[in-house]
Design a protein. Sequence first.
Length: 314
Amino acid sequence: MKIAVTCIQLIRDIENYLPALNEADFEVALPEITGQHLEGAELVAALDGCVGVVAGDDQFTAEVLDQSPNLKAISKWGIGVDGIDKEAATQRGIPVTNTPGAFDDEVADVTMAYCVLLLRQLHVVDQGIQAGQWPKPAGRSLGEKTIGVIGLGGIGRAVVRRAVTAGMTVLGSDPSSESQQLAAELGAQVVPFEELMQRSDIVSVNCPLNPSTYHLINDEHLELMKPGGWLVNVGRGAVVETPALVRALQSGILAGAAVDVLEEEPPASDDPIRGLSNVIFGSHNASNTLEASARVHVRALKNLAKELGVELEL
């Protein structure tokens, strides 16, 4: 059976898994991916003749699925499935799996790292020394701040644990009563979303992208924040409306932001956010450690094999 791998992390490490895949009679197609993901005609070409795919952040629209008649299963490498039209896949009898909980600690580590970078301006120190200076900006103390965690799933709760350990006051917001209860047991105060925005010094976006969270962080909600706060987004780019974020950073509503994810990845050369000195950029890479990748490689490949009726030994 021919399968495709369109996840750049698994393509990087595929040699470790090819013997087992070949033993299970899988023929593996490895397209060249120059950006963050594939979409449109490039994705259709990558899926040519394939019955299954281990997908990255590729855009599986109804049109792509219509042009991939052999496709029988999509195994999402990682958590977010917002790039997959699940309704269209269901209508075509194509199961979609993912690997929830795989990156909780890794993404939470990066969330807290961004908080420290922003409050202590460590990136400014590094840039100054690289330029031959010796800057000593006065930072802000992490332990005296209130952090609001939007999304109390596995990643959000891992952020709560770290923030509580750092001595921060932790607020949390999530529509799930189960997630609320679990976060409260870790030391978070569960509050309504608007109250979280009003009280937080730092807002950490850790929720998935869905119709209810699309552009959740916008002008109206950013204006609720105390002047001079910070925003960290390690969730999904489109949870934060980019022009609104730019306006908040320019006006002083926000002192700074760290964005591991953006609505357009990578941002266009003329995107105004690229010209802001009070933004730390990531490359949608918060989950990417060798240890976490190895765990997810196995889970994603086994998920795909199972949907295709094959028992894969890894």
